[in-house]
Design a protein around this ligand. Structure first.
Ligand SMILES: NC(=O)c1ccc[n+]([C@@H]2O[C@H](COP(=O)([O-])OP(=O)(O)OC[C@H]3O[C@@H](n4cnc5c(N)ncnc54)[C@H](OP(=O)(O)O)[C@@H]3O)[C@@H](O)[C@H]2O)c1
Length: 351
């Protein structure tokens, strides 16, 4: 049997930690390095950082170059920040060490929208070094783009696409709740959104651009409406936070893709405490019309961990370059020993 797939974690925050835990319980894969800049993690054993009762012999380093040298990483799982300008030098440093990259950076899920020049450079660099770069996650990466694109496969004609994700923020971690403004006054919310102190959900524009590209729709514009606070109409409380009536319990974001003033793609993201109904709904108006509702909605962290790890075999077998989810084979779970999926793909490839 082939060697275990060697993984370096670049970012051991909330998502990186969950990915590490999942990798540790999975066969056929080995964590061989970890990078993070957080003071409470640097210099510590990864097992300690994860709160395990054992050391793993991997020291979290703030120096990516040293963490990546001499470990022969097949793939780096990158989970640091949302914006490509910030992550660009990090991705470059990985590619130069000839490791494949799977990143949760939202803008990297479809970088041709906001950062086409950086995307071109990354594509050229990845090809030069013979590796693949992929941005993915639950959203962007799957629910409001890849899944939508997949469903269009049964349509002869399409008039319009509408996607809604509604989730109860009470079931999500505190950092997510902070990101969507839970507990703020409306004025504080507006100020923090305006000065980008809180980001809300990042990636709706990228999802629309990816759908449009898959359908060869030339959009005139992608319009993001002002992020709207959702106001608690009664005091709501969970184990993490208490939101008084009149304060912000979350947000609603809508982004639209238009051709000649006509809206043809609409993505609507809502996340707030106490949302009564949680779902992911896709409506494709066309021939035939396709309606799909996943209820309750897929849990963001669990889904992200899964799609990142499930993408490893596909990325290892993919051609070199910067790819998006729409360029890879149909997404699927890589159950059991990860090596089986790599070798299965290799056999079918060699036919
Ligand atoms: N596409 C998707 O569906 C999806 C899903 C989940 C998350 N995400 C995105 O993935 C990213 C990670 O999420 P998270 O919740 O894990 O965030 P997080 O908890 O903030 O973790 C990020 C970690 O990376 C560290 N870091 C920041 N800059 C670094 C650098 N230059 N080098 C090394 N480490 C660095 C951070 O340290 P400090 O805390 O000291 O800065 C932190 O420990 C976020 O941008 C998030 O929005 C995307």
């Amino acid at each position: 049997m082939m060697e275990e797939v060697k993984v370096v974690l670049y970012g051991v925050g909330a998502v990186g930690e969950l990915i590490a835990r999942f990798l540790l319980e999975k066969q056929g894969v080995k964590i061989v390095g970890a990078v993070d800049v957080a003071e409470d993690k640097v210099g510590k054993d990864l097992g300690v950082v994860l709160g395990l009762n054992k050391k793993l012999g991997i020291i979290v380093s703030k120096d990516a170059a040293s963490a990546l040298s001499n470990v022969g990483a097949d793939v780096v799982i990158h989970t640091t920040t949302s914006y490509l300008r910030e992550t660009y030098p990090q991705i470059v440093s990985i590619v130069k060490r000839r490791a494949n990259v799977i990143s949760t950076c939202e803008e990297l899920s479809y970088p041709y929208y906001s950062e086409p020049k950086l995307a071109e450079k990354l594509d050229a660099l990845a090809k030069k070094h013979g590796v693949t770069i992929l941005g993915t996650g639950i959203n962007p990466g799957f629910l409001m783009d890849t899944l939508v694109i997949t469903l269009t496969a049964v349509c002869q004609k399409i008039e319009k696409i509408e996607v809604m994700r509604v989730l109860n923020a009470a079931t999500r971690r505190l950092s997510f709740q902070k990101k969507i403004g839970v507990g703020l006054t409306v004025e504080e919310f507006k100020e923090k959104i305006a000065c980008k102190q809180i980001t809300g959900h990042v990636g709706l524009e990228q999802s629309i651009a990816m759908i449009a590209d898959a359908l060869s729709w030339k959009l005139d514009v992608i319009k993001a409406e002002a992020v709207q606070p959702v106001i608690a109409n009664k005091t709501v409380e969970n184990n993490l936070v208490k939101v008084e009536a009149g304060k912000v319990s979350g947000l609603r974001q809508t982004v639209r893709g238009l051709i000649e003033g006509r809206e043809i793609i609409r993505l609507d993201f809502q996340a707030y405490i106490d949302a009564k109904e949680e779902y992911d709904a896709i409506t494709i108006q066309g021939v035939p019309t396709v309606k799909q509702k996943i209820q309750p909605c897929i849990h963001g962290d669990m889904g992200t961990v899964a799609i990142v790890v499930n993408s490893i075999p596909k990325v290892l077998k993919a051609p070199a370059g910067l790819l998006t989810m729409k360029d890879l084979p149909v997404p699927s779970a890589a159950l059991g020993d990860l090596r089986n999926h790599v070798s299965t793909l290799k056999q079918s490839d060699s036919k």
